[in-house]
Design a protein around this ligand. Structure first.
Ligand code: PEP
Ligand code: MN
Length: 347
């Protein structure tokens, strides 16, 4: 749409697309709104659309992913939260917390320290995708309630994983961001269901997913009308055995070339080793990532999951200071925590 197109013109174009039997996806940006069209088999008649009031141009997107593509929306997507935090854009987003919520006491001890160090988001698993059925599976709803208390008390926004349809309903109700784990990146029914919620979705790259498969997973969410998808590189399987996974930082510029979606780096699952987390976090920010998701534990030696890759709160604070220094070199900034103004307007 033209930059000066009115709401009515945008609505009229959407209605026209619906009358053609297709689905319109209005994607507002700072400069102008793009309207993606899906559901068409073959070419859409451009002539009619191009002549509608307010339309600037009609572009055919030849890539398999459409709504995730920069062809449809040129500007970077910025996901905004009520505490003033953003994911995407100039300001770096930092999500930190334990792999799993283990108790109220453990959760608050960690949350207080990551908040003090400047994280804007808290992570904690309530539903855990474990390799072994005998391993700790998460506290479920109890964990979601503990994290809701963390949000109320500390202002941190909550990111947690939904592993199936049932947990997705609860996560969408209690959390601020729905995480879809690496193992579920191609769980298409789960992706579609997440697309029908109106909470941002943090989508982790599958263990062996190509760039196109990753963006097609994002496309599943977006095709259902939820355009707030945050990508996350968390390492892929390779022959290398010095680390749990191989953190593929080269996907950051590759994604940024073709997609407007924000991309975070997870140096915790990406390496599986405490001593590698900060170096790879620094590298991720230097490579242009929009932020980090990091596992932090106050007693990693007795953590119920992912202890070996969890860093101590003091290590997290040191990592934040390093990231803060790297940020301006790559045109970013680290805004620590929750601003006083945002705090006051917190719901
Ligand atoms: C996690 O974030 O704790 C997790 C299980 O991540 P992934 O899906 O990337 O393995
Ligand atoms: Mn974990």
């Amino acid at each position: 749409m033209k930059a000066q197109a009115t709401e009515e013109e945008i609505r009229a174009v959407c209605e026209h697309i619906e009358q053609l039997g297709f689905r319109p996806h209005p994607l507002p940006g700072a400069q102008r709104t793009a309207i993606g069209i899906t559901g068409n088999q073959g070419e859409v008649d451009r002539g009619n659309l191009a002549s509608l009031s307010g339309v600037a141009e009609v572009i055919r997107v030849s890539k398999a992913y459409k709504l995730a593509s920069r062809d449809v929306k040129e500007e970077d997507t910025v996901v905004r939260f009520p505490n003033g935090a953003t994911i995407g854009g100039r300001s770096l987003a930092v999500i930190a917390g334990p792999c799993s919520v283990e108790s109220r006491e453990q959760t608050f001890a960690i949350a207080e320290q990551v908040a003090a160090a400047g994280a804007q988001f808290f992570r904690g698993g309530a539903y855990k995708p474990r390799t072994s059925p005998y391993a700790f599976q998460g506290l479920g709803l109890e964990a979601l309630k503990i994290m809701a208390e963390v949000r109320a008390r500390l202002g941190l926004r909550i990111v947690t994983e939904a592993t199936d349809s049932e947990s997705l309903d609860l996560v969408a109700e209690w959390a601020d961001v729905i995480q879809i784990g690496a193992r579920n990146m191609q769980n298409f029914s789960l992706l579609k269901k997440a697309g029908r919620t109106r909470k941002p979705v943090l989508l982790k790259r599958g263990l062996s997913a190509t760039l196109e498969e990753f963006l097609m997973a994002a496309e599943y969410v977006m095709s259902e009308g939820n355009y707030e998808v945050i990508l996350c590189e968390r390492g892929v399987r390779t022959f290398a055995d010095h680390a749990r996974n191989t953190l593929d930082l080269s996907i950051i510029p590759a994604l940024q070339r073709v997609s407007h979606l924000p991309i975070l780096v997870d140096p915790s699952h990406g390496t599986g080793r405490r001593d590698s987390v900060a170096p790879m976090a620094r590298a991720g920010i230097a490579a242009g990532a929009d932020g980090l998701i990091v596992e932090v534990h106050n007693h990693p030696e007795s953590a119920l999951s992912d202890g070996p890759q969890s860093i101590y709160p003091e290590q997290f604070a040191a990592m934040m200071r390093e990231v803060e220094q790297i940020a301006p070199i790559v045109g970013r900034r680290l805004e620590r925590g929750v601003t006083a103004a945002a705090e006051a307007s917190r719901p």
